[in-house]
Design a binder for this molecule. Structure first.
Ligand SMILES: [Mg+2]
Length: 174
């Protein structure tokens, strides 16, 4: 932890590629495969008609695909920063055990002490926050990094630092 700075990292839409999961669940439900282009700028539940149902189904979170480059970069960040994974998992209580299992499988170097499953993220403090939702970044006092996802695509950055990939996070923070 050479920097001494506390870094907070979101799960859905940052570590976990939930859009790929939404698209795949929607295709199973309705037979329609949505393109990312058709989802740009829309909130998740506007984009995915059955989204609220799907996030409550088994394996939505447990089998979510990883974002490209997330594992290697998070491992390096874990060496440099006081790292915490912060997920508003209480929105979907059934997701808690799935999210825990998913982190243990893909990020075994993250200890239980570094995992914060919470309700509102206004309760957490740190020096740097990486998140894909304005509602989590807008109130944060430290450096705010907005991870591009279809729902925030084309929207104002609101003074946050926008990144489009884990490669860009590595370039910024490592
Ligand atoms: Mg998120």
């Amino acid at each position: 932890m050479e920097s001494g700075k506390r870094l907070l990292v979101d799960m859905d839409g940052v570590l976990a590629d939930v859009y790929r999961q939404f698209i795949s669940f929607e295709e199973k439900e309705s037979g329609i495969r949505l393109s990312i282009d058709s989802l740009l700028g829309k909130e998740e539940y506007e984009a995915f008609k059955h989204g609220r149902k799907h996030v409550n189904e088994p394996n939505f979170f447990r089998l979510a695909p990883l974002m490209d480059g997330a594992v290697a970069t998070l491992k390096a960040l874990n060496e440099k920063y006081d790292l915490f994974i912060v997920s508003a998992a209480m929105e979907f209580p059934n997701s808690l055990i799935e999210k825990h299992g998913w982190l243990a499988e893909h990020f075994p170097f993250i200890t239980w002490k570094q995992i914060v499953f919470c309700g509102s993220k206004t309760v957490v403090q740190g020096d740097i926050m990486i998140d894909d939702h304005y509602k989590n970044l807008d109130h944060f006092n430290g450096q705010r990094i907005l991870f591009t996802q279809p729902h925030n695509y084309g929207h104002d950055d609101r003074g946050h630092t926008r990144v489009n990939s884990w490669a860009e996070i590595a370039a910024l923070l490592l």
